[in-house]
Design a protein. Structure first.
Length: 323
Protein backbone atom coordinates (compact mmCIF):
# COMPACT_ATOMS: atom_id res chain seq x y z
CA UNK A 1 0.00 0.00 0.00
CA UNK A 2 1.35 3.42 -0.99
CA UNK A 3 2.53 5.63 1.89
CA UNK A 4 0.29 8.68 2.55
CA UNK A 5 2.13 12.01 2.61
CA UNK A 6 1.08 15.28 4.25
CA UNK A 7 2.02 18.94 3.77
CA UNK A 8 1.87 21.60 6.63
CA UNK A 9 -0.61 24.39 5.90
CA UNK A 10 0.63 27.62 7.51
CA UNK A 11 -2.69 29.36 7.09
CA UNK A 12 -4.78 26.75 8.85
CA UNK A 13 -1.96 25.57 11.13
CA UNK A 14 -2.84 22.01 10.19
CA UNK A 15 -1.56 19.19 7.96
CA UNK A 16 -3.23 18.66 4.61
CA UNK A 17 -3.09 15.33 2.82
CA UNK A 18 -1.08 15.49 -0.42
CA UNK A 19 -3.11 14.28 -3.33
CA UNK A 20 -1.15 13.53 -6.61
CA UNK A 21 -3.14 13.60 -9.82
CA UNK A 22 -3.01 10.77 -12.32
CA UNK A 23 -1.52 13.07 -14.97
CA UNK A 24 1.31 14.04 -12.68
CA UNK A 25 1.95 10.41 -11.87
CA UNK A 26 2.21 9.64 -15.58
CA UNK A 27 4.66 12.49 -16.14
CA UNK A 28 6.83 11.37 -13.25
CA UNK A 29 6.77 7.80 -14.48
CA UNK A 30 7.77 8.79 -17.97
CA UNK A 31 10.56 11.01 -16.68
CA UNK A 32 11.99 8.25 -14.55
CA UNK A 33 11.55 5.68 -17.31
CA UNK A 34 13.22 7.90 -19.91
CA UNK A 35 16.15 8.57 -17.63
CA UNK A 36 16.50 4.88 -16.90
CA UNK A 37 16.26 3.98 -20.59
CA UNK A 38 18.80 6.61 -21.60
CA UNK A 39 21.14 5.48 -18.86
CA UNK A 40 20.75 1.88 -20.00
CA UNK A 41 21.51 2.82 -23.61
CA UNK A 42 24.59 4.78 -22.61
CA UNK A 43 25.79 1.90 -20.47
CA UNK A 44 25.20 -0.53 -23.36
CA UNK A 45 27.10 1.71 -25.78
CA UNK A 46 29.95 2.00 -23.33
CA UNK A 47 30.08 -1.75 -22.92
CA UNK A 48 30.07 -2.25 -26.70
CA UNK A 49 32.88 0.30 -27.05
CA UNK A 50 35.12 -1.57 -24.68
CA UNK A 51 33.87 -5.11 -24.96
CA UNK A 52 33.47 -6.52 -28.53
CA UNK A 53 31.25 -9.41 -29.32
CA UNK A 54 32.96 -12.60 -30.54
CA UNK A 55 31.65 -11.91 -34.06
CA UNK A 56 33.00 -8.35 -34.05
CA UNK A 57 36.36 -9.55 -32.78
CA UNK A 58 36.45 -12.12 -35.58
CA UNK A 59 35.60 -9.48 -38.21
CA UNK A 60 38.26 -7.10 -36.92
CA UNK A 61 40.87 -9.84 -36.98
CA UNK A 62 39.82 -10.75 -40.52
CA UNK A 63 40.17 -7.11 -41.60
CA UNK A 64 43.62 -6.91 -40.03
CA UNK A 65 44.64 -10.12 -41.80
CA UNK A 66 43.36 -8.82 -45.15
CA UNK A 67 45.19 -5.53 -44.63
CA UNK A 68 48.43 -7.41 -43.95
CA UNK A 69 47.90 -9.56 -47.04
CA UNK A 70 47.30 -6.46 -49.19
CA UNK A 71 50.50 -4.91 -47.89
CA UNK A 72 52.50 -8.07 -48.63
CA UNK A 73 50.85 -8.43 -52.04
CA UNK A 74 51.75 -4.85 -52.90
CA UNK A 75 55.38 -5.51 -51.95
CA UNK A 76 55.40 -8.67 -54.08
CA UNK A 77 54.01 -6.72 -57.03
CA UNK A 78 56.86 -4.23 -56.65
CA UNK A 79 59.35 -7.12 -56.80
CA UNK A 80 57.65 -8.54 -59.90
CA UNK A 81 57.75 -5.10 -61.52
CA UNK A 82 61.50 -4.84 -60.87
CA UNK A 83 62.10 -8.30 -62.35
CA UNK A 84 60.02 -7.39 -65.41
CA UNK A 85 62.06 -4.22 -65.84
CA UNK A 86 65.28 -6.27 -65.83
CA UNK A 87 63.79 -8.66 -68.40
CA UNK A 88 62.77 -5.69 -70.55
CA UNK A 89 66.33 -4.37 -70.43
CA UNK A 90 67.73 -7.72 -71.61
CA UNK A 91 65.03 -7.95 -74.26
CA UNK A 92 65.75 -4.49 -75.71
CA UNK A 93 69.53 -4.39 -75.27
CA UNK A 94 70.53 -8.01 -75.85
CA UNK A 95 68.02 -10.26 -77.60
CA UNK A 96 66.74 -7.64 -80.04
CA UNK A 97 70.27 -6.43 -80.75
CA UNK A 98 71.36 -9.99 -81.58
CA UNK A 99 68.44 -10.45 -83.95
CA UNK A 100 68.71 -6.93 -85.41
CA UNK A 101 65.25 -5.87 -84.29
CA UNK A 102 64.19 -2.46 -83.00
CA UNK A 103 63.57 -2.23 -79.23
CA UNK A 104 60.01 -1.80 -77.99
CA UNK A 105 59.52 1.91 -77.11
CA UNK A 106 58.89 2.78 -73.47
CA UNK A 107 55.74 4.60 -74.61
CA UNK A 108 54.29 1.19 -75.43
CA UNK A 109 55.73 -0.69 -72.46
CA UNK A 110 54.58 2.03 -70.01
CA UNK A 111 51.34 3.08 -71.70
CA UNK A 112 48.63 4.05 -69.22
CA UNK A 113 44.94 3.26 -69.08
CA UNK A 114 42.66 5.92 -70.54
CA UNK A 115 39.01 6.64 -69.93
CA UNK A 116 36.99 6.89 -66.72
CA UNK A 117 38.31 6.20 -63.23
CA UNK A 118 38.83 2.43 -63.25
CA UNK A 119 38.96 2.21 -59.48
CA UNK A 120 36.00 4.33 -58.35
CA UNK A 121 34.22 1.24 -57.03
CA UNK A 122 37.08 0.70 -54.56
CA UNK A 123 36.92 4.14 -52.98
CA UNK A 124 34.30 3.15 -50.37
CA UNK A 125 36.41 0.38 -48.81
CA UNK A 126 38.32 0.66 -45.59
CA UNK A 127 41.99 1.31 -46.43
CA UNK A 128 40.80 2.24 -49.92
CA UNK A 129 44.09 4.02 -50.70
CA UNK A 130 46.09 0.81 -50.31
CA UNK A 131 43.45 -1.23 -52.15
CA UNK A 132 43.46 1.20 -55.11
CA UNK A 133 47.29 1.37 -55.22
CA UNK A 134 47.43 -2.42 -55.28
CA UNK A 135 44.81 -2.65 -58.03
CA UNK A 136 46.71 -0.05 -60.10
CA UNK A 137 49.99 -1.88 -59.61
CA UNK A 138 48.40 -5.19 -60.58
CA UNK A 139 47.05 -3.67 -63.80
CA UNK A 140 50.45 -2.17 -64.66
CA UNK A 141 52.36 -5.39 -63.99
CA UNK A 142 49.78 -7.45 -65.91
CA UNK A 143 50.12 -5.17 -68.95
CA UNK A 144 53.93 -5.26 -68.76
CA UNK A 145 53.85 -9.05 -68.58
CA UNK A 146 51.49 -9.25 -71.56
CA UNK A 147 53.68 -6.96 -73.69
CA UNK A 148 56.79 -8.90 -72.67
CA UNK A 149 55.14 -12.21 -73.56
CA UNK A 150 54.28 -10.83 -77.02
CA UNK A 151 57.83 -9.54 -77.37
CA UNK A 152 59.25 -12.98 -76.56
CA UNK A 153 56.94 -14.52 -79.16
CA UNK A 154 58.45 -12.12 -81.69
CA UNK A 155 62.01 -12.81 -80.49
CA UNK A 156 61.37 -16.55 -80.75
CA UNK A 157 60.25 -16.10 -84.35
CA UNK A 158 63.32 -13.95 -85.00
CA UNK A 159 65.48 -16.71 -83.52
CA UNK A 160 63.87 -19.30 -85.77
CA UNK A 161 64.38 -17.03 -88.77
CA UNK A 162 67.96 -16.40 -87.66
CA UNK A 163 68.58 -20.12 -87.43
CA UNK A 164 67.15 -20.55 -90.91
CA UNK A 165 69.25 -17.62 -92.15
CA UNK A 166 72.42 -19.14 -90.70
CA UNK A 167 71.75 -22.46 -92.42
CA UNK A 168 70.71 -20.78 -95.69
CA UNK A 169 73.45 -18.19 -96.00
CA UNK A 170 76.34 -19.23 -98.30
CA UNK A 171 79.11 -20.25 -95.91
CA UNK A 172 81.43 -22.80 -97.54
CA UNK A 173 83.49 -23.08 -100.72
CA UNK A 174 81.79 -24.85 -103.64
CA UNK A 175 84.41 -27.60 -103.83
CA UNK A 176 86.57 -29.36 -101.27
CA UNK A 177 89.50 -26.95 -100.99
CA UNK A 178 90.87 -27.17 -97.46
CA UNK A 179 94.42 -26.87 -98.75
CA UNK A 180 93.38 -23.77 -100.75
CA UNK A 181 95.43 -25.03 -103.69
CA UNK A 182 92.36 -24.94 -105.93
CA UNK A 183 91.83 -21.18 -105.44
CA UNK A 184 92.66 -19.71 -108.84
CA UNK A 185 91.19 -16.27 -109.40
CA UNK A 186 89.25 -13.89 -107.19
CA UNK A 187 86.96 -10.90 -107.27
CA UNK A 188 87.98 -7.80 -109.23
CA UNK A 189 89.35 -6.68 -112.58
CA UNK A 190 91.14 -9.42 -114.52
CA UNK A 191 92.53 -9.88 -118.01
CA UNK A 192 90.05 -12.15 -119.74
CA UNK A 193 91.94 -15.10 -121.29
CA UNK A 194 89.51 -15.39 -124.22
CA UNK A 195 88.30 -11.85 -124.90
CA UNK A 196 91.79 -10.40 -124.23
CA UNK A 197 90.44 -7.36 -122.36
CA UNK A 198 90.41 -6.17 -118.76
CA UNK A 199 87.04 -7.17 -117.37
CA UNK A 200 85.53 -7.21 -113.89
CA UNK A 201 85.34 -10.72 -112.49
CA UNK A 202 82.16 -10.98 -110.37
CA UNK A 203 83.09 -14.14 -108.53
CA UNK A 204 85.84 -16.63 -107.69
CA UNK A 205 87.30 -19.47 -109.74
CA UNK A 206 88.29 -22.81 -108.20
CA UNK A 207 90.45 -25.03 -110.40
CA UNK A 208 89.78 -28.76 -110.17
CA UNK A 209 89.70 -31.89 -112.27
CA UNK A 210 86.71 -32.50 -114.50
CA UNK A 211 84.12 -34.46 -112.54
CA UNK A 212 85.10 -33.03 -109.14
CA UNK A 213 82.01 -32.71 -106.93
CA UNK A 214 80.43 -29.27 -106.57
CA UNK A 215 78.52 -28.56 -103.34
CA UNK A 216 75.64 -26.24 -102.48
CA UNK A 217 77.12 -23.61 -100.20
CA UNK A 218 73.90 -23.09 -98.22
CA UNK A 219 70.37 -24.48 -97.86
CA UNK A 220 68.04 -23.41 -100.63
CA UNK A 221 65.97 -24.24 -103.70
CA UNK A 222 67.40 -24.83 -107.18
CA UNK A 223 66.14 -21.85 -109.19
CA UNK A 224 67.78 -22.43 -112.58
CA UNK A 225 69.61 -25.22 -114.39
CA UNK A 226 71.05 -24.29 -117.80
CA UNK A 227 72.70 -26.72 -120.18
CA UNK A 228 73.43 -23.99 -122.73
CA UNK A 229 74.33 -20.93 -120.72
CA UNK A 230 76.53 -18.88 -123.01
CA UNK A 231 79.65 -17.66 -121.23
CA UNK A 232 78.91 -19.68 -118.08
CA UNK A 233 78.36 -22.86 -120.08
CA UNK A 234 76.39 -25.29 -117.97
CA UNK A 235 75.42 -23.56 -114.74
CA UNK A 236 73.11 -23.74 -111.73
CA UNK A 237 71.52 -20.97 -109.67
CA UNK A 238 70.32 -21.66 -106.10
CA UNK A 239 67.92 -19.36 -104.25
CA UNK A 240 68.81 -19.43 -100.54
CA UNK A 241 66.17 -16.97 -99.38
CA UNK A 242 66.87 -13.81 -97.38
CA UNK A 243 68.02 -12.16 -100.62
CA UNK A 244 70.88 -14.63 -101.25
CA UNK A 245 71.52 -16.50 -104.51
CA UNK A 246 74.58 -18.44 -105.68
CA UNK A 247 75.72 -19.30 -109.21
CA UNK A 248 77.95 -22.23 -110.21
CA UNK A 249 79.32 -22.04 -113.78
CA UNK A 250 81.23 -24.10 -116.39
CA UNK A 251 79.91 -27.40 -114.99
CA UNK A 252 80.21 -30.73 -116.78
CA UNK A 253 77.00 -32.21 -115.39
CA UNK A 254 74.16 -31.78 -112.89
CA UNK A 255 72.95 -33.73 -109.89
CA UNK A 256 69.79 -31.65 -109.29
CA UNK A 257 66.88 -30.16 -111.21
CA UNK A 258 64.84 -26.96 -110.91
CA UNK A 259 62.71 -26.95 -107.76
CA UNK A 260 64.88 -29.36 -105.78
CA UNK A 261 65.56 -28.41 -102.18
CA UNK A 262 69.20 -28.72 -101.24
CA UNK A 263 71.11 -28.55 -97.99
CA UNK A 264 74.52 -27.00 -97.47
CA UNK A 265 77.03 -29.60 -98.65
CA UNK A 266 74.61 -31.35 -101.04
CA UNK A 267 76.25 -32.46 -104.30
CA UNK A 268 74.62 -30.37 -107.05
CA UNK A 269 76.91 -31.18 -109.99
CA UNK A 270 80.44 -31.62 -111.25
CA UNK A 271 83.35 -29.47 -112.38
CA UNK A 272 83.75 -28.95 -116.13
CA UNK A 273 85.06 -26.48 -118.68
CA UNK A 274 81.92 -25.57 -120.61
CA UNK A 275 81.17 -22.11 -121.99
CA UNK A 276 83.84 -19.40 -122.15
CA UNK A 277 86.51 -21.32 -120.25
CA UNK A 278 90.16 -22.17 -120.84
CA UNK A 279 90.39 -25.02 -118.34
CA UNK A 280 88.40 -27.15 -115.86
CA UNK A 281 87.14 -25.09 -112.94
CA UNK A 282 83.96 -23.86 -111.25
CA UNK A 283 83.10 -20.17 -111.46
CA UNK A 284 81.28 -19.25 -108.22
CA UNK A 285 79.23 -16.13 -107.55
CA UNK A 286 77.24 -14.87 -104.54
CA UNK A 287 74.41 -12.38 -105.09
CA UNK A 288 72.72 -10.38 -102.33
CA UNK A 289 69.41 -8.73 -103.24
CA UNK A 290 70.22 -9.09 -106.92
CA UNK A 291 73.72 -7.60 -106.73
CA UNK A 292 76.96 -9.63 -106.99
CA UNK A 293 79.09 -9.48 -103.81
CA UNK A 294 82.59 -10.74 -103.09
CA UNK A 295 82.33 -14.48 -102.29
CA UNK A 296 85.41 -14.35 -100.05
CA UNK A 297 83.20 -13.05 -97.22
CA UNK A 298 81.09 -16.21 -97.28
CA UNK A 299 83.46 -19.02 -96.31
CA UNK A 300 83.22 -18.70 -92.53
CA UNK A 301 82.09 -22.34 -92.07
CA UNK A 302 85.12 -23.63 -93.97
CA UNK A 303 88.06 -21.50 -92.88
CA UNK A 304 89.60 -20.29 -89.64
CA UNK A 305 91.15 -16.83 -89.41
CA UNK A 306 94.60 -17.89 -90.67
CA UNK A 307 93.18 -19.91 -93.57
CA UNK A 308 90.89 -17.05 -94.50
CA UNK A 309 93.80 -14.59 -94.69
CA UNK A 310 95.73 -17.03 -96.87
CA UNK A 311 92.76 -17.52 -99.20
CA UNK A 312 92.28 -13.74 -99.56
CA UNK A 313 95.96 -13.34 -100.43
CA UNK A 314 95.85 -16.12 -103.03
CA UNK A 315 92.64 -14.89 -104.67
CA UNK A 316 93.92 -11.30 -104.79
CA UNK A 317 97.01 -12.25 -106.79
CA UNK A 318 96.55 -12.08 -110.54
CA UNK A 319 97.38 -15.65 -111.36
CA UNK A 320 95.81 -18.11 -113.73
CA UNK A 321 92.42 -17.02 -115.05
CA UNK A 322 89.94 -19.38 -116.67
CA UNK A 323 87.03 -17.13 -117.68
Amino acid sequence: MAKVKYRFNAHTLSYDKIVISFKTKIKRFLAVSSTTLLTSILIAIGILQFYESPRMRMLHKENERLLTQYQLFYKDLNKVERVLSEIEQRDNNLYRVIFESDPIPSTIRRAGFGGVNRYSQLESFDNSELVIKTAEKLDIVSKQAYIQAKSYDEVMQLALNKEKLISSMPAIMPISNKSLKSTASGWGYRFHPIYKINQFHYGMDFAAKIGTKIYATGDGVVKDVQSIGGGFGKFIVIDHGFGYETLYGHMSGFNVKVGDRVKRGSIIGFVGSTGSSTGPHVHYEVHKNGTPVNPQYYYFKDLNAQEYEKMVTISSNIGQTFD
